[in-house]
Design a protein around this ligand. Sequence first.
Ligand SMILES: NC(=O)c1ccc[n+]([C@@H]2O[C@H](COP(=O)([O-])OP(=O)(O)OC[C@H]3O[C@@H](n4cnc5c(N)ncnc54)[C@H](OP(=O)(O)O)[C@@H]3O)[C@@H](O)[C@H]2O)c1
Length: 277
Amino acid sequence: MNSRIVLITGASSGIGAAAAEYLMKKGFHVYGTSRKVSGNIDEIKARDNLSGGFIRMIPMDVTDDESVDKGIKFILEKEGRIDILISNAGSGIAGSVEDVSMEEARVQFDVNFFGTLRVIKAVLPVMRSQGEGRIIAVSSVAGVISIPYQAHYSSSKYAVEGLAEALRYEAAPFGIKVCIVEPGDTRTGFTSNRVIAANATEDSPYYERFRRSLARMEKDEQNGPSPEDVARMIFRMVMKKNPPVRTTVGFQYKLILFLKKILPGSILEKVVGLLYN
Ligand SMILES: NC(=O)c1ccc[n+]([C@@H]2O[C@H](COP(=O)([O-])OP(=O)(O)OC[C@H]3O[C@@H](n4cnc5c(N)ncnc54)[C@H](OP(=O)(O)O)[C@@H]3O)[C@@H](O)[C@H]2O)c1
């Protein structure tokens, strides 16, 4: 059962790396992706675990059709199937709506939304022909509540949520289960990998507020829960017979999203404004 084949995009660091490790220890056969894996794809060695699980890192850039197709083809040649996709690769850009250029916005959507879409489209025919499969999209609490100076990141994750929600209906008749995992601030490389908009400089009228907001966010991320906490939740969604459409990681974030449902919008807006603006 646990020797199922898992594809995790963005498994070189943070949440993806933790999920790969966790699933390997449970005996899963994990193919993790990174843009940094070099060398011949066929010569890449697997890390084995006593449980029978392994992690094999393969090169993949989720913004590139050819790279995604090559990675999927490689796994199919080796294993003949892909049981679970954890679409996790992602990045963040920070800056005000006015300061983030159209090109920077496009790059953000290219990785977080179109990257997710591209890999999902590549595995769907495989899972459909198997008559079963599972797709877990790693979104964010920011995919439900938008935060100032993170508009593009939030929008890209809102888009991922919309995609996964609709796909859940479409894929179910083919035995494919789709769900969303929403981490809150998590201690990973995400903070240092975040791109700052080129125009978010001292000349920007948003600069002071932007810097304060970003500093708060960076602090919350670096003091946040470990990626292993998210990995455990991903594992639960892998194992659950009928995973719910979305699962938030961490009590405080579950509470925030619950409050979003029950509080008038104006109160939530005040709280987010106080914290991040
Ligand atoms: N950390 C947080 O606070 C937090 C909160 C909510 C949601 N999330 C989400 O969790 C996911 C994982 O983030 P993380 O926190 O683990 O960040 P991370 O440590 O920076 O890891 C990001 C991963 O994504 C990969 N990646 C980035 N761009 C890629 C591309 N174009 N093609 C392929 N892979 C790419 C990176 O791989 P390479 O650079 O090796 O290619 C890396 O493995 C993201 O979707 C993020 O939005 C994070």
